[in-house]
Ligand binder design. Structure first.
Ligand code: SAH
Ligand code: F3S
Length: 436
C-alpha cells in the first residue's frame, strides 16, 4: 500500500461538528497529510456526520454511495460523528467497503487507520473528554471561533437522539476553555461562540472546590482586548440562571441575542416532549432578559407534527411564535429517530399535515423576521465581516442579531468589524453602507 498523503473531509450538521471537523483536519495535518477538495485525489475520505433528523442520516448514506464510485480504488473511507454512533456495526453491513466508523468521542482514534489500514476500525464508545486532550490546537482561527464548553445532554427530550449519540453531559475544565479562548484571540478571532448541546448547563468544579459556570467563561473572554463579540448556543430554558441573565446587562461584549429553543407552544405537546411545559417559564426569562438588556432578541427552534399534535396544539405554537416575536429561528418537521421514546408513541402525524403546518409556521417566522429587519432601517450597527458574495461586488456582514447585512465592496481596505448604517431590509437580509 502506497503512503497516505491526502485527505478529504466533509462535515454535515451542527457547529459542534464544524469544530470537530477542524480539529480532525489539524490532527491529520500533524500526521503529515494534506487536505484536498477532490475526492478522486484523496487517500483518506472522512464524512463527519449528523443524525438529528432522518433526512440528515439519509444524506450521509447517499454521499457514501457517491464516494464509493468516485474514490481512488486504494483510498480508505469512513464515517465519524453521530451517524457512526447511531449505526455502529450496521454501517459496515450497509456499505461493506467502509474502513472505519468512529463515534463523536472517538475521533482521536483516526490515526490508527493510517498506521493499520488493512483492518477495520469501529469505535462508538463514549469516552468523555479524551478527544479534547488529544486533538491538536488550530494555529489560525477564523474571525468567529467556536469553542465547545460541554458535550452531551442529560435532558432527554423524547424526540432527540443527541443524548444517545453525544452521551451524558460532561463539562470541560474551565482552564482548558480559557486557554482555547486565549489561543483563538491570539490567532485572529474577534468573536467567540461558546458551544454545547446544553451550553448554559456548563458546570465545572476545580480541584479546590471552586464552581465555574458559563457566566464565568463569558467574563474571562470579555477581558481579552482582541475579542469584541461573545455569544453561546444552545440554551435550555430552565438552566437560564440569574447570573447568566445578569451578565447580559453587565457585559457589553455579550451580544444582545439568545438562542433558547421552545420547540412548541402547546403545554400538552411540551409535556410529551419531556420539556418544561409551563409557558410562564419562557415568558419570565424573556421579560427578565429584557429588563437587563432592553434591545435583546430571542431565537428558537420549533418542531411541528410531534406525535398526537392537534390543530389546537399547533395553533398554540403559532401564537407563541407571534407573541415572543422570535427571530432567526429554525423550524423542523418531527422526524422519528432510533433510540428515542417519541418514535414509538401512538398517533404519528402524516407527512402531509407536517408539511402544511411547517409552511404556516414558516410564514409566521418570516413575518417576525421581516418586521424586525424593517425596524433596523436607519440604525447604525456594528457588524462582523463574513465574506464576499458571488459577484465579488458585495461584502456580507453579520449584525449583533446574526442578520445578514450586505454592503457594496469599497475600493479601500476595511477592518473586519465595521459600523454600518442600515439603509434597506427584507425578510432575508439587510442592506447598508459602511460608516467611515
Ligand atoms: N440543544 C441542542 C439541540 C440539538 S438538536 C443543540 O443545539 O445542540 C437541534 C434542533 O433540532 C432541536 O432544537 C430541535 O428543534 C430539532 N430536532 C431534534 N430532534 C428532532 C427530531 N427528531 N425531529 C425534528 N427535529 C428535531
Ligand atoms: Fe436534545 Fe433536548 Fe438535549 S433537544 S440535545 S435532549 S435539550
Amino acid at each position: 500500500m502506497s503512503k497516505m498523503q491526502k485527505f478529504f473531509i466533509q462535515t454535515f450538521g451542527c457547529q459542534m461538528n464544524v469544530y470537530d471537523g477542524q480539529r480532525i483536519a489539524a490532527m491529520l495535518e500533524k500526521h503529515g497529510l494534506t487536505q484536498t477538495d477532490e475526492i478522486s485525489d484523496a487517500d483518506l475520505i472522512i464524512l463527519n456526520t449528523c443524525s438529528v433528523r432522518e433526512k440528515a442520516t439519509n444524506k450521509v448514506y447517499s454521499a457514501l454511495g457517491r464516494i464509493r464510485c468516485a474514490k481512488k480504488e486504494s483510498a480508505l473511507f469512513g464515517i465519524v460523528g453521530c451517524v457512526a454512533r447511531e449505526s455502529g456495526a450496521d454501517a459496515f453491513k450497509r456499505i461493506p467497503e467502509l474502513n472505519f466508523v468512529l463515534g463523536p468521542q472517538s475521533y482521536h482514534k483516526l490515526p490508527e487507520i493510517i498506521t493499520n489500514p488493512e483492518s477495520r476500525l469501529l469505535n462508538i464508545d463514549l469516552t468523555g473528554l479524551e478527544k479534547f486532550d488529544e486533538l491538536p490546537q488550530m494555529n489560525k482561527s477564523p474571525l468567529v471561533a467556536y469553542i465547545p464548553v460541554q458535550e452531551g445532554c442529560n435532558h432527554c427530550c423524547t424526540y432527540c437522539i443527541v443524548p444517545y449519540t453525544r452521551g451524558r453531559e460532561i463539562s470541560r475544565p474551565f482552564n482548558d476553555i480559557v486557554a482555547d479562548t486565549i489561543n483563538a484571540a491570539k490567532t485572529g478571532a474577534i468573536e467567540i461562540c461558546f458551544l454545547g448541546q446544553n451550553v448554559n448547563g456548563y458546570k465545572y468544579t476545580d480541584e479546590n472546590g471552586k464552581l465555574y459556570r458559563l457566566s464565568d467563561l463569558i467574563k474571562e473572554a470579555a477581558k481579552l482586548p482582541e475579542i469584541h463579540r461573545i455569544r453561546f448556543t444552545s440554551s435550555y430554558p430552565t438552566e437560564m440562571s440569574d447570573d447568566l441573565i445578569e451578565i447580559f446587562g453587565n457585559e457589553e461584549k455579550l451580544l444582545p441575542f439568545l438562542n433558547m429553543p421552545i420547540q412548541s407552544g402547546s403545554p400538552r405537546t411540551l409535556k410529551r416532549m419531556n420539556r418544561p411545559d409551563d409557558l410562564s417559564i419562557y415568558r419570565n426569562i424573556v421579560s427578565k432578559l429584557k429588563s437587563v438588556r432592553p434591545d435583546i432578541q430571542i431565537s428558537s427552534d420549533f418542531i411541528v407534527g410531534f406525535p398526537d399534535e392537534t390543530e389546537e396544539d399547533f395553533t398554540e405554537t403559532l401564537n407563541i411564535a407571534k407573541e415572543i416575536k422570535y427571530i432567526n429561528s429554525y423550524s423542523f418537521k418531527y422526524s422519528p429517530r432510533p433510540h428515542t421514546a417519541a418514535a414509538i408513541m401512538p398517533n404519528q402525524i402524516s407527512e402531509q399535515i407536517k408539511s402544511v403546518r411547517l409552511q404556516k409556521l414558516d410564514a409566521q417566522l418570516n413575518e417576525n423576521q421581516r418586521e424586525f429587519n424593517m425596524s433596523c432601517i436607519g440604525q447604525e450597527m456594528v457588524c462582523l465581516l463574513e465574506g464576499i458574495d458571488k459577484t465579488k461586488r458585495h461584502l456580507v456582514f453579520r449584525t449583533q442579531y446574526m442578520q445578514q447585512c450586505i454592503v457594496e465592496k469599497p475600493d479601500y481596505e476595511i477592518e473586519p468589524l465595521q459600523k454600518i448604517k442600515i439603509t434597506d431590509a427584507n425578510k432575508a437580509s439587510l442592506r447598508g453602507e459602511i460608516i467611515k
